[in-house]
Design a protein around this ligand. Structure first.
Ligand code: MN
Length: 449
């Protein structure tokens, strides 16, 4: 049949839009999250970064300065080189830059699109990288790279959204029968923190000094904090902006959250106790907050979403009323490595223990018209679960210092000691796929003299 005749026969069936939908479905049928996907690259089986993860970060090497990369197994795939070699289709040449801000400013759809391109290159679905005659040149061993903050962080909010944490704190400092304040189940409570003191995992922090009120005294003293604590948190980063005066509604929030990281909101409890009345946390919270370097995309976490718990006692106001899978099943752990090298796991919690989810937090953050910008960090608040072993801070684990935590060495801790390294880890696991975050750790150095 001549071509013209062929087209005429099929013309009635080939509706242009239907054909476009068909092509789109063909493209959509590739899922970077499929558990059967493997990479042609030889990677460690125990890795946090299988081909289903592909988190973005900023790294440098001895010979070259900061640039974007993707973690794959024990390697980093250099996105700047990959783009220079013409293997990526990007909205703009943002992988030439030293932060992920511009990339993420193009929004969730662009993150999804680029992650899929990288996935195709690493699985061999697209053979350009696999068949490249110098393909090793695109990879750097993570052990030979330094990681940096993934974003220029303009603003930082810390929420207080784990019910068990809020109840524990309320029970300790107020009244067990009235542990939650009246606003808690109506508002995702939070405060504006300080962005300048957020540092990347691995940055040592000196024990802070400040004002504290000694027991049985009415006069404060100045000196090193005695009660330095970690807070086990998860932070999300915003992608794309809203303009001042225009809230991001709950159903728009999915488009504005690019990914999540582990976050340790270091806290000096004695400084906090004296200073927080009546305006909340201040110098107890801005001597160093630790962020993990790899941004795990919401896309990679899609398989681990959980139905959000019913909130009906009380029901939140309509702008916060969430139905659907807004929670995530992510195991979170904290370990302490003492100066002698011994490591003890001291807590196992889960991101699913949140009351308010990230989408509600972002809707609330902007409900008054507050504008968010790409690269802003929004931390969950300490994530505690119902069991005493799942509490996400030393304050709760040692119950205000009344129940010291036994370490493997036989030593005890009520709060962090000089020389302790505190390590947060997180992973989601299902169908043989384990999506990890890499460590979020820091070492506490003695106070400066
Ligand atoms: Mn916090």
């Amino acid at each position: 049949m001549p071509l013209r005749g062929f087209i005429d026969v099929f013309k009635p069936y080939v509706n242009h839009n239907a054909f476009r939908t068909f092509l789109k479905n063909e493209r959509m049928s590739y899922s970077p999250n499929h558990p059967d996907l493997t990479t042609w690259l030889s990677i460690d089986s125990s890795t946090d970064f299988p081909v289903q993860n592909l988190p973005f970060g900023i790294f440098s090497t001895e010979d070259r300065s900061e640039r974007p990369g993707v973690a794959i197994g024990q390697y980093i795939l250099d996105l700047q080189l990959l783009d220079e070699a013409g293997m990526l289709d990007l909205e703009a040449p943002y992988f030439e830059l030293e932060t992920l801000n511009t990339f993420f400013s193009y929004g969730r759809k662009e993150i999804t699109r680029v992650r899929e391109q990288i996935s195709r290159l690493l699985t061999g679905e697209n053979k350009q990288l696999k068949d490249h005659n110098d393909r090793e040149a695109f990879f750097v061993l993570q052990s030979e790279a330094s990681m940096h903050l993934p974003f220029h962080i303009g603003d930082y909010t810390d929420f207080y959204s784990s019910e068990d944490h809020a109840r524990n704190v309320g029970t300790m400092f107020r009244d067990p029968d009235n542990a939650l304040l009246p606003n808690w189940k109506h508002i995702p409570v939070g405060y504006h923190g300080r962005a300048s003191s957020i540092v990347v995992s691995g940055t040592p922090i000196h024990r802070p000094k400040g004002q504290t009120l000694p027991a049985d005294s009415t006069t404060p003293v100045y000196g090193p904090s005695r009660l330095v604590d970690f807070e086990l948190e998860v932070a999300f980063v915003t992608c794309g902006e809203n303009t001042l005066g225009n809230p991001i509604t709950l159903d728009q929030t999915e488009e504005h959250i690019g990914g999540i990281m582990l976050f340790n909101d270091l806290s000096a409890r004695d400084i906090q106790k004296w200073e927080y009345v009546p305006l909340g946390p201040f110098l107890a919270k801005n001597f160093g907050s630790i962020l993990s370097p790899w941004v795990v995309t919401l896309d990679a976490l899609e398989p681990f979403r959980l139905e959000s718990p019913v909130q009906d006692d009380p029901t939140p106001l309509p702008y916060l009323k969430y139905q659907g899978k807004g929670h995530f099943d992510i195991v979170l752990e904290v370990a302490i490595t003492e100066e002698n090298g011994q490591t003890t796991k001291i807590c196992t919690s889960n991101f699913k223990y949140m009351y308010w989810n990230m989408f509600q937090q972002l809707a609330h953050q902007t409900v008054n018209g507050c504008n968010v910008r790409t690269g802003d960090i929004y931390a969950s608040g300490t994530i505690s679960g119902p069991e005493p072993t799942s509490y996400g801070s030393m304050l709760e684990l040692s119950w205000r210092g009344t129940k010291p935590i036994k370490l493997a060495s036989g030593n005890e801790r009520k709060f962090l000691a000089d020389g302790d390294t505190c390590i947060l880890t997180g992973y989601a696991k299902k169908d043989g796929v384990r999506i990890g975050f890499g460590p979020c750790s820091f070492t506490l150095l003695p106070a400066k003299s």
